[in-house]
Design a protein around this ligand. Structure first.
Ligand SMILES: Cc1cc2nc3c(=O)[nH]c(=O)nc-3n(C[C@H](O)[C@H](O)[C@H](O)COP(=O)(O)OP(=O)(O)OC[C@H]3O[C@@H](n4cnc5c(N)ncnc54)[C@H](O)[C@@H]3O)c2cc1C
Length: 242
């Protein structure tokens, strides 16, 4: 029986008082007093003002002083490949296909297929079942999981631990909450945003695609047009004379 696995994102850990940490780092740049004291003494209003100020100016290296570690489950290898393209300020640990034997078939099925033609869905599930059966046969024949896994499709679900510092996370959210990103990584990014917003509401208050976070869409002809619904947002190019 093929299981259609649902996306699950949990926050494993994160920097204690992430916004206070960041503000202590911001203030340290201009203060004779040490960061510990600055962290303890900065009030909520100043904290909010300073975070908004550095976000607006783009001087965001101080955001690297807070990080978030997520446990991600139920994403496909397709999304794993897209996720690990984010290199800067990001760390990954991924369930190994060499050491973890996939005893039962667990695959991600795109909603368009899941909610579409029943006959097509049946065929796809059959294909997954056959693949899993053959995979198990190979293991029974003594073939190592690291070789048997070559049979598995990209829809095979995986588990990932990912840590991102806040600067990297905001960049990731800009690219992957955008409607131009594929549905699965978009769902992952949106879920990550929902989770971290509870821990650092000021830091992530405007996080999301560039039309939301900066009021600019850079997608040109490929734009989904969401920017048109956002007050003051514009469609822009990064090239000066265009
Ligand atoms: C909608 C969408 C479609 C995509 N389609 C494709 C595709 O068809 N094929 C494909 O291969 N990829 C594709 N990608 C992946 C994309 O090209 C990036 O690899 C991915 O989004 C990671 O972005 P990044 O490099 O900005 O992130 P990071 O690797 O985290 O880098 C963050 C930032 O650091 C800086 N940086 C990082 N490395 C360097 C460097 N070596 N030199 C200078 N500055 C650096 C850059 O400013 C960069 O934006 C797609 C991404 C999206 C969102």
């Amino acid at each position: 029986m093929v299981k259609n696995v649902k996306l699950k994102v949990s926050l494993l850990s994160y920097t204690t008082n992430p916004e206070q940490n960041i503000v202590a780092a911001i203030r340290q740049c201009y203060s004779q007093v040490g960061a510990k004291e600055l962290k303890e003494k900065t009030n909520k209003e100043t904290r909010e003002r300073l975070i908004r100020q550095i976000m607006a100016s783009g001087h965001t290296s101080t955001l690297e002083h807070a990080s978030f570690t997520f446990a991600v489950e139920g994403v496909s290898r397709v999304t794993e490949i897209q996720l690990v393209r984010h290199r800067i300020g990001c760390s990954y640990s991924i369930q190994s296909g060499r050491y973890v034997k996939r005893g039962e078939a667990q695959y991600v099925i795109p909603p368009v297929i899941l909610n579409g033609d029943k006959k097509v869905l049946k065929k796809i599930k059959k294909h997954f079942e056959n693949t899993q059966k053959l995979y198990n046969e190979l293991l029974d024949l003594g073939i190592k999981a690291e070789d048997a896994r070559y049979l598995q499709p990209q829809s095979l679900k995986t588990k990932i631990v990912v840590t991102m510092d806040a600067r990297a996370l905001l960049h990731f959210l800009t690219l992957r909450c955008c409607r131009r990103a594929q549905w699965e990584i978009q769902a992952l990014a949106r879920e990550m945003l929902r989770v971290v917003k509870k821990k650092a509401p000021i830091l992530f208050e405007n996080a999301g695609p560039s039309c939301v976070s900066q009021g600019i869409c850079f997608e040109g002809d490929m734009s989904c047009g969401l920017w048109k619904t956002i007050k003051g947002a514009e469609l822009k190019t990064r090239i000066k004379n265009e």
